[in-house]
Design a protein. Structure first.
Length: 276
């Protein structure tokens, strides 16, 4: 019996270790290769750099307007996340707590929207954004990303709101607090894990999205970082060291955001799953 127990435990750790290797190894390889010269990469892609320097990173910023793309991505990701959560905060709470006519229809429409591929929305979105005069504007991307993330944020937040006991709201109502005051004073502080989960997922959507950014922008005025990688791949695809450096520049912020908020994200997803 003990042998079987240890065997299962060993199997579990081996499986977890395999997942970690498969997840970390590509990132680690790209990161180490970003410090190597193009010749070193061509000769031996798995060897370490003869000396570590930042020349590839410097060259990446010179070849493409990465600073501009970086600023655009920060503006779009932060504003798109704030707008998404601002819209979904109260609406998710109402859907989770109250029954009203058309509630199931709203949930059904948002659920079905998750099944629509992004490519099917490109033409209508392009025409809409063009008509509104928001083509090649950051505000156009912010609106599109905020709307595109509505279903996911709605289900995360509404599931988390269901885990909060109704007795807390009833006590606030008995003390004379209104609906808005109860939400901001009682519910909102307790919902930080849920909001953190929705915020991280929405931020990653805004930061990593490529298809809409390519279709709804042109030139370098309003384009974001994922398009910078496409620029390197198409124009300087043979300069692997610089391309790896640009890749690290793009993905580091999303990793940092998740590392900072990972505890709240995990607790938010777990709490919502228990109730749902």
């Amino acid at each position: 019996m003990n042998i079987m127990k240890y065997f299962l435990l060993l199997t579990k750790y081996m499986f977890v270790g395999l997942i970690i290797v498969l997840s970390v190894a590509p990132f680690l390889w790209v990161f180490l290769s970003s410090f190597k010269s193009n010749m070193e990469i061509m000769v031996s892609s798995l060897s370490l750099a003869s000396h570590f320097d930042l020349s590839n990173y410097e060259k990446a910023f010179k070849i493409a307007p990465l600073a501009r793309f970086y600023l655009n991505s920060v503006i779009v990701a932060v504003c798109g996340t704030i707008l998404n959560l601002f819209i979904l905060g109260l609406s998710s709470y109402v859907i989770a707590r109250f029954n009203f006519r058309g509630k199931n229809i709203i949930i059904g429409i948002l659920s079905l929207s998750l099944l629509i591929p992004g490519a099917a929305l490109l033409q209508p979105l392009y025409l809409t954004v063009k008509t509104l005069g928001l083509y090649d504007h950051l505000f156009g991307l912010i609106l599109v990303y905020a709307g595109f993330g509505l279903p996911t944020s709605l289900f995360i937040l509404s599931s988390f709101f269901l885990t909060i006991p109704k007795s807390l709201e009833e006590s606030a109502y008995l003390d004379g607090a209104g609906f808005i005051k109860t939400f901001y004073r009682v519910i909102l502080p307790l919902s930080k894990p849920g909001f953190s989960t929705a915020a991280v997922l929405q931020f990653l959507l805004c930061w990593n999205e490529f298809q809409f950014a390519l279709t709804l922008t042109t030139g370098s005025k309003s384009r974001t970082l994922p398009l910078a990688l496409y620029y390197f791949k198409s124009q300087f695809g043979s300069d692997y060291g610089v391309m790896f450096a640009a890749t690290i520049i793009v993905i580091i912020p999303s990793i940092i955001v998740y590392m900072i908020m990972q505890e709240q994200v995990v607790s938010g997803l777990t709490a919502g799953a228990v109730k749902g």
